[in-house]
Design a protein around this ligand. Structure first.
Ligand SMILES: Cc1cc2nc3c(=O)[nH]c(=O)nc-3n(C[C@H](O)[C@H](O)[C@H](O)COP(=O)(O)OP(=O)(O)OC[C@H]3O[C@@H](n4cnc5c(N)ncnc54)[C@H](O)[C@@H]3O)c2cc1C
Length: 775
């Protein structure tokens, strides 16, 4: 439909007072559209800076087609039966602000100005509004923002107006701001911008205010392909992949070689046995698979011997060639090998060997394997009833239960289940069902003692394979039980934080020592004497106490929070009893190896890095390395970057004290550090909903050195970080360096970051080495 309506400036009162250099005139809509296209082309031709201006102070992300599409979906009523119209309350949805309707309504009020408030909007009115909101001219958009603040439309905005719009912006961004804070911030704006003390602001002053808060580096995209290609030596993707994965690679290769060698050895051995005449290659296959099964049933226990791994990690040489951080992945890989072994061994027995034994020619049976069966050719059912077959089948059933309950789906806790049921579902289902392996190992020993074709004791080798790993694992479990009972844990302080976070400060038991980045496991007998939950230590290795921060996630952490909450609220004489065990090694422990360190924590994923950053601040890394090496050689990170990304503003309170402490100038600190907070609930910098917050944040920071969002000296960026920009900036700043990237958070971002590390390592001279915590 061709629209010939006239678009009138809606800010009748304020446009007169505008200092804008862009005029808003009365023009036909079609002409406006044409003019609009020309404006955009002109700005694009004029380069990036103009485009940046368009991005700054955005009222909507939508193109007209998106707005029009939403209008067409919602416009059902008609005026005079001809023209479709939209309810004013649907305006927010049309411009993509359905989650900030109050803010959108204020924009609409500003767009309509003094004009009569009707309950509906026509399409051409909407186009006019969209046109003003997306006006390429920044002055025009500032004028619109001014009109939003200027509720009485007298062309002036007062301190009260600023306070109101600040509160509105805060609520649109899920920020908690008290009336007093809003007043203080509005006062600060007036103090800085109303230099003549007139008690009100005009549009040009708003422009001054916004100038100081342009989009940060983290949301811009400074990296261009080829930027690093000139004189720098680059590596191929294969080289980077090799460097990143060689430690995993050699372990997997070795494992495969051993499995294949064992399989082939037994395969060939049974190829020359008389039983081959009855069962053929089925026998060779099942026996080959059985040999790998023995090996894998032994090996699978090693990656879960946490104490042994923690102890081995201490040896720098072993730690540099064995990928200890992948212990659980390796455990799963071996489990996969066992599944393959069971299918081959059990499958060929059931589907091929047993039918061939029962169905073979009597004379061949008598000449070959009759003596193994008491000179009686058994039927298929009789074979199934033997100890060997029964134990074998029982093992397969138990393993199938344990394997399937260890997969992701059953481990996910369903909040809709009753609490009593939840106690044994989710992670606990996996954990308890995994203990079926005690039975499996017992059956395995019995199975191995009753082999069909083997009388010779020296050939019954299963126990030889599994004896040491089983003893080691059993020893570990006994050691854990004894050690945890030995630690006498006194709770020095328990604190509750927003977001249902419990922080415990514990007395450090005698003889307990840990490295930064390690974790402990915690048990609360009042909840369950069998459940041990891992938590990163947030106290530094040189602190004389231990601390953990526990986020309520499922039933156990919820009950723990409730128990401590009750104890705190009722001022009980004693806190609930807890036991600890550990410390255990984790990926972040390796931070010491790097000159440049990048620590990335999402939400509670910041915990492993708190002790690290505390220690770096304290000069601990340097000191330890000097003492050990005994020379003045400089070791440990030269610079540390900490990125903390969280969804809720109140998360910053969890470590507010620590962050304030480490942000203070510190003479002991020998390495530089740079900390960044990211709050994803706040709209991206440049969005009109966060524009005033950004401006006040900058003023407040400049004046007091405190960020108004985190209430700490660490600056908070809005929305998600542009990781590409962050990493390309790091690559540029630290060309030629090896950067250790440590991440703790959901696995989706882990994959993205790992890809980014590999890509930038191939395109630049900087080597990013990615590590992730397996939470
Ligand atoms: C090395 C490590 C360090 C951790 N550090 C912290 C920390 O500093 N702060 C924090 O709040 N959380 C931390 N976690 C996560 C914490 O252990 C779980 O949130 C907690 O166990 C949840 O238990 P739940 O029964 O309340 O929740 P559930 O809903 O039962 O479990 C939620 C998820 O937590 C994991 N989980 C549950 N029970 C266990 C267990 N016994 N052992 C291992 N994982 C389990 C599972 O992945 C499960 O899917 C850490 C986890 C690991 C592995």
């Amino acid at each position: 439909m061709e629209m010939h309506a006239q678009y009138q400036s809606t800010s009748s009162s304020s446009s007169s007072s505008s200092s804008s250099s862009c005029s808003v005139s009365t023009v036909p809509l079609s002409a406006l559209k044409k003019q609009r296209t020309q404006d955009r082309e002109h700005l694009q031709d004029n380069g990036e800076s103009s485009v940046m201006k368009i991005r700054h102070l955005r009222f909507t992300e939508f193109e007209w087609t998106d707005v029009e599409d939403r209008f067409d979906r919602l416009a059902t009523t008609t005026r005079n039966g001809t023209e479709p119209v939209l309810k004013w309350s649907d305006f927010g949805f049309c411009i993509g602000m359905q989650k900030s309707l109050e803010f959108a309504n204020d924009i609409l009020r500003a767009l309509r100005g003094r004009r009569q408030h009707k309950n509906f909007i026509t399409k051409h009115q909407l186009y006019g509004f969209w046109h003003r909101m997306t006006d390429p001219c920044i002055h025009s958009r500032i004028q619109l923002f001014f009109d939003m603040c200027d509720t009485d439309m007298d062309g002036r905005i007062t301190e009260m107006d600023i306070k109101q719009i600040f509160l509105l912006s805060a609520s649109a961004n899920k920020l908690t701001v008290s009336q007093e804070e809003a007043e203080e911030h509005a006062g600060l704006v007036m103090e800085v911008v109303d230099i003549d003390n007139r008690g009100y602001l005009e549009p040009y002053q708003l422009q001054i205010l916004f100038k100081g808060s342009s989009p940060s580096i983290f949301n811009a995209i400074p990296y261009r392909n080829g930027q690093y290609q000139d004189d720098q030596e680059q590596s191929s993707k294969a080289e980077i992949m090799f460097r990143s994965h060689w430690r995993r690679g050699w372990i997997i290769l070795l494992w495969l070689i051993v499995c294949i060698a064992l399989f082939s050895w037994k395969f060939i051995q049974y190829r020359h046995r008389t039983a081959f005449e009855v069962m053929g290659y089925c026998l060779c296959t099942s026996k080959g698979a059985a040999e790998t099964l023995k090996f894998n049933m032994a090996l699978i226990l090693l990656p879960v011997c946490r104490n042994s791994i923690t102890w081995l990690r201490k040896n720098r040489r072993i730690n540099s060639i064995v990928p200890f951080n992948d212990n659980i992945n390796f455990h799963k890989l071996i489990a996969g090998g066992i599944v393959v072994g069971v299918i081959l061994h059990g499958g060929t027995h059931l589907a091929c060997d047993f039918p061939r034994i029962s169905g073979s020619d009597h004379s061949i049976f008598r000449q070959t394997i009759a003596s193994r069966f008491g000179y009686h050719q058994p039927s298929y059912i009789q074979i199934l009833a033997t100890t060997e077959a029964v134990t074998g089948i029982a093992m397969v059933v138990l393993m199938s239960i344990a394997f399937s309950l260890a997969t992701t789906w059953p481990r996910r806790q369903s909040p809709s289940l009753p609490r009593s049921v939840r106690r044994v579902t989710g992670y606990n289902t996996f954990w308890y069902s995994h203990h079926l392996f005690v039975l499996v190992y017992t059956l395995l020993i019995v199975h191995s003692m009753f082999l069909f074709l083997t009388d010779n004791l020296t050939e019954k080798t299963t126990w030889m394979y599994i004896a040491i790993p089983v003893l080691l694992y059993a020893g570990e479990r006994i050691f854990r039980a004894i050690r945890s009972g030995f630690y006498d844990i006194k709770i020095l302080k328990a604190s509750l934080y927003p977001g249902k976070l419990l922080s415990l400060k514990l007395h450090k038991p005698e003889g307990f020592s840990h490295k930064n980045g390690m974790y402990i496991v915690l048990q609360c007998p009042q909840i369950s004497p069998f459940e041990w939950h891992p938590f990163s230590l947030t106290s530094g290795s040189r602190d004389d106490y231990l601390s953990v921060h526990i986020r309520t996630l499922g039933d156990w952490s919820y009950e723990l929070y409730s128990l401590f909450q009750e104890a705190i609220l009722t001022r009980a004489n004693e806190y609930p009893k807890i036991y600890i065990d550990g410390p255990y090694g984790a990926a972040s422990q390796d931070y010491i190896k790097y000159d440049i360190l990048v620590l990335i924590g999402l939400g509670i994923g910041i915990t492993p890095f708190i002790s690290i950053i505390k220690d770096i601040d304290d000069g601990g890394v340097q000191k330890t390395r000097f003492d050990k090496v005994g020379s003045r050689e400089r070791k440990g990170p030269l610079k540390t970057y900490l990125y903390w990304v969280t969804r809720e503003q109140n998360s910053f309170e969890w470590f507010g004290d620590v962050i304030k402490e480490i942000s203070k100038p510190n003479l002991k600190q020998t390495a530089a550090k740079e900390m960044h907070n990211f709050l994803t609930s706040v709209h991206e910098e440049g969005d009109a909903r966060s524009a005033l917050i950004s401006a006040v944040q900058a003023l407040h920071f400049a004046k007091n050195g405190i960020d108004i969002v985190s209430r700490t000296p660490v600056w908070t960026h809005f929305a998600r970080p542009n990781w590409f920009s962050v990493f390309s900036k790091l690559a540029r700043t630290h060309g030629g360096a090896q950067i250790g990237v440590f991440y703790c958070g959901p696995s989706a971002l882990a994959r993205e970051l790992e890809r980014l590390c590999t890509n930038l390592s191939t395109k630049t001279t900087t080597r990013f080495v990615f590590h992730k915590e397996n939470y």
